[in-house]
Design a protein around this ligand. Structure first.
Ligand SMILES: Cc1ncc(COP(=O)(O)O)c(C=O)c1O
Length: 383
């Protein structure tokens, strides 16, 4: 199986050279737009491409307002800030995520509470979240959600759409409404993924997208805050651009802001990448179908999109029958130059989050021992 998989991936990408997990692809107007930005001299924090890119994302996702940032981590930080998370607060999230989700909380002075993921979505499980809240939390007279053992306020729930597969958002929204919590979506990996026809990152109060080099489209480095309300969006833009009160020459800032704006150079790349996004999504879907067929009738279970969703299949994944086969698969493929990768170390195993509050994490821990990511760069399979 391991050798067959190696050959299969090498055939798909038509090379025996190193095959990365996800490489950026520039097949459209990237060079032209970046050169145009340079020629205009607007390479930094203002310029037409920033506005254009934000508008592209608004049109594509249907969000009320999109605010471009330097990266996805900054977008997450901004989203938490705008949602009113403050130092000392707790935020429910998943232990199965990339560290940036929890770093954003850390830098707010807030702490994660780890709740298990669902086997179907690989993202935050609504039932596990409800069960945790029922067991450990009580509402105070102001309608705030207070952790019984620490007395800290739980302010928000922050699911992550793992590898582009949308979490069960209706159910999570219902939990948030019952407990008076904000929903913030870490949609860093899920541009092009839809939950029941609605784009991920637009269902919670705020969503954060990443355009890092390994994502479905890239701006080199970049991110976007998706804001559910236009007013909040306008304020988000203000806060990410140093909160400067508009004036022809005076410099006056009326609240603590961030300098998180995306440079025009990066936004130029983003505008060109948006033009090829539909093609990449189709190519990635075809690739996922090929993997699915390959693993059919084997002990390995390919991770398919949940039935309620349309995933971007950012990173393809397969669940191995046991840890031994997972380790053998990792070793054989990587030795042959076909990059495969285990899931991230779960967040509660990292030194800065090991003392975080947590519920039962048995699904996350089971997935940690069984799941592998497969090469997933977009490729034209038709030739
Ligand atoms: C789940 C998740 N959250 C946040 C981020 C942060 O994005 P960035 O690398 O653009 O800061 C990433 C990706 O890198 C991610 O995968």
């Amino acid at each position: 199986m391991y050798k067959q998989l190696t050959n299969f991936v090498q055939d798909i990408y038509q090379t025996n050279e190193f095959i990365p997990l996800h490489a950026p692809t520039f097949s459209g107007n990237e060079k032209a737009y970046v050169c145009n930005a340079i020629e205009s001299t607007y390479v930094s924090s203002v310029g037409k491409y920033v506005t254009d890119f934000e508008q592209h994302i608004e049109l594509y996702t249907g969000t009320a307002k999109a605010v471009a940032t330097v990266n996805g981590s900054a977008a997450l930080h901004t989203a938490l800030f705008m949602a009113g998370v403050t130092a000392g607060d707790l935020v429910i999230t998943q232990a199965l995520t990339f560290v940036a989700t929890c770093n954003a909380l850390y830098h707010m002075g807030a702490k994660p509470v780890f709740v298990d993921v669902s086997r179907t979505s690989l993202g935050l499980c609504p039932k596990a979240t409800e069960d945790y809240l029922t067991d450990f939390v009580q509402m105070n007279s102001q309608g705030e959600c207070i952790h019984k053992s620490t007395g800290q306020r739980i302010r928000a729930v922050m699911p992550m759409h793992t590898f582009g597969h949308p979490v069960e958002l209706d159910e999570l929204l219902a939990v948030c409404r019952r407990w008076n919590l904000q929903l913030i979506e870490d949609a860093a990996e899920s541009l092009g993924s839809y939950y029941k026809g609605q784009h991920t990152g637009t269902i919670g109060e705020y969503g954060a997208v990443s355009f890092n080099g390994n994502k479905i489209i890239t701006t080199g480095g970049g991110g976007m805050v998706l804001c559910k309300s236009l007013d909040d969006g306008v304020h988000t833009k203000y806060v990410t651009t140093t909160a400067k009160v508009p004036h022809p020459y005076e410099f006056y800032h009326d609240e603590p802001g961030f300098n998180y704006r995306m440079p025009n150079l990066n936004a130029a790349l983003g505008c060109a990448q948006m033009e090829v996004l539909p093609k990449y999504l189709e190519q990635k879907r075809q690739l996922a179908l090929q993997y699915q067929e390959f693993f059919n009738c084997s002990d390995f279970q390919f991770v398919e999109e949940p039935e309620y969703a349309q995933s971007n299949y950012w990173l393809n994944a397969v669940i191995c029958p046991d840890k031994t086969s997972r380790d053998e698969l990792l070793q054989t493929t990587n030795e042959a130059g076909v990059m495969t990768r285990p899931i991230w170390q779960l967040m509660h195993r990292l030194p800065m989050f090991e003392s975080a509050l947590r519920g039962d994490l048995s699904v996350s821990e089971w997935l940690e021992g069984h799941l592998i990511n497969l090469p997933s760069s977009p490729i034209d399979l038709a030739g």
